[in-house]
Structures are given as structure tokens and as C-alpha cells.
Ligand binder design. Structure first.
Ligand SMILES: [Zn+2]
Length: 93
């Protein structure tokens, strides 16, 4: 059930590397991107950018990163928007 990982956003980090590092991610619809995006859990997102899950939720609440409702978790974070945000400034905690 391997699906090609592809995102519509332009990010400079190698998505494949990111996904391999996480070991788990899903491809889902991101309203913010207006297309299919790689989605990760808030916990994985936090690990990925070296912050806490609390900071991730704060970004979700403030609308600074895209998110979608996942099947098992409450929210899934759009990897594109997370990495774009992380590239700018990620000193929220
Ligand atoms: Zn997105």
C-alpha cells in the first residue's frame, strides 16, 4: 500500500527523508493547500521541528499552520505548512 508521497507546497526539505525519519505519515486532503498533502500527528510534528506538542497546537489554533481532522487523532498537521513555518521562525517555546 505504498503511495507516492507528494505535496503541493514548495518546501525545501526532502519530504521523503522527513517521512522516513518519522516512520509514519498519511496523505490526506489539506484545505489550506487546496490539495493532497502529507499529514503528521501533532506529536510527530513537534519532534520534527524540535518543539513541543503544545507549540504545535498553538500554531493550529492561531491558524499559522494547516491542519485537518484525522481518523484516529483529533488533528493532523500539514507537513508543508509546518515546514514553511519552521523555516521562518520556530521559537514559540
Ligand atoms: Zn497544507
Amino acid at each position: 500500500m505504498l503511495k507516492k508521497i507528494r505535496t503541493e507546497c514548495s518546501v525545501e526539505i526532502d519530504d521523503v527523508f522527513v517521512v522516513k525519519r518519522l516512520g509514519r505519515s498519511v496523505e490526506g486532503w489539506c484545505a489550506g493547500c487546496g490539495g493532497t498533502a502529507t499529514m503528521v500527528t501533532p506529536e510527530d510534528a513537534a519532534t520534527l521541528v524540535g518543539t513541543g506538542a503544545r507549540s504545535i497546537y498553538r500554531l493550529v489554533e492561531s491558524g499559522e499552520i494547516h491542519w485537518a481532522e484525522g481518523p484516529e487523532t483529533l488533528v493532523l498537521i500539514c507537513l508543508c505548512s509546518l515546514l514553511e513555518r519552521a523555516g521562518q521562525d520556530f521559537h514559540t517555546e
